[in-house]
Design a protein around this ligand. Structure first.
Ligand code: K1U
Length: 171
C-alpha cells in the first residue's frame, strides 16, 4: 500500500471521463483500491475517485468515518440507476481543491449499482452523506468538478487559492 499524490486543480487530468474496468476485478485493481484508501485516510477525506491520483478508471473508495472504527467501501464501475425527486444541500469539500467548501444541492437519495472489492455486484439505495458522497465521486469519474457547480467568480477564486497554496508549499 502507498500514499499517492492527489492531483490538484487546474490539472487537466481531472477533466477526463474515466474508463470502465473491463472484465474481472484483478489484483492490480485491488492494489489500486488499497492505495486509494490509504491516500484518502492520510488526506484526510471521506471519498476518493481513482482519477484524483491520476488513474482514469471507474473506481471509487469511501469511508464516511461515522465512528472510530474504519468502514471502507469500494465501488468498481458504479452506476446511479435512479434518484429521488427530493434534494438535499450539503457543504462539500474537495481534496483536489484545498481549503474550499461550498454548498451543493443534489438528490437526497440515489440507487447505486457497483462491484465491490470481493467482485460481488451490489445494488442499494444510498441516503444522507452516503448519497451526497457517491454523487460527488461519480462526478469525478465523469470529469465534472465540484467547482463547476459554483458561480464563475467563486470558481476562479477557488482555482487562484489552490495556485497560491501550491506556490507557498513549493517555496
Ligand atoms: O475530493 C474528494 O472527492 C473528497 C471529498 C469527498 C466529499 C466530501 C464532502 C461531501 C462529498 C464528498 C472529501 O473527503 S473533502 C474532506 C472531508 O469532507 C472530510 C475530511 C475529514 C473528515 C470529514 C470530512
Amino acid at each position: 500500500m502507498a500514499i499517492r499524490e492527489i492531483l490538484l486543480v487546474p490539472d487537466p487530468r481531472l477533466k477526463l471521463v474515466s474508463d470502465p474496468v473491463e472484465g474481472a476485478v484483478t489484483d492490480e485493481h485491488r492494489a489500486l483500491m488499497d492505495d486509494m484508501l490509504e491516500t484518502m485516510y492520510d488526506a484526510p477525506g471521506i471519498g476518493l475517485a481513482a482519477i484524483q491520483i491520476g488513474e482514469p478508471v471507474r473506481i471509487i473508495v469511501m469511508d464516511l468515518q461515522e465512528n472510530e472504527e474504519k468502514n471502507p467501501r469500494y465501488f468498481v464501475n458504479p452506476e446511479i440507476l435512479d434518484t429521488s425527486e427530493e434534494t438535499a444541500p450539503y457543504e462539500e469539500g474537495w481534496l483536489s481543491i484545498l481549503e474550499v467548501f461550498d454548498t451543493v444541492e443534489r438528490p437526497a437519495k440515489c440507487l447505486v449499482k457497483y462491484m465491490n472489492y470481493d467482485r460481488e455486484t451490489e445494488e442499494e439505495w444510498a441516503d444522507g452523506l452516503y448519497a451526497t458522497c457517491i454523487q460527488h465521486e461519480m462526478d469525478h469519474l465523469n470529469g465534472v468538478l465540484f467547482i463547476d457547480y459554483l458561480s464563475r467568480l467563486k470558481r476562479q477564486r477557488a482555482v487562484d487559492k489552490v495556485k497560491k497554496l501550491k506556490r507557498t508549499q513549493a517555496a
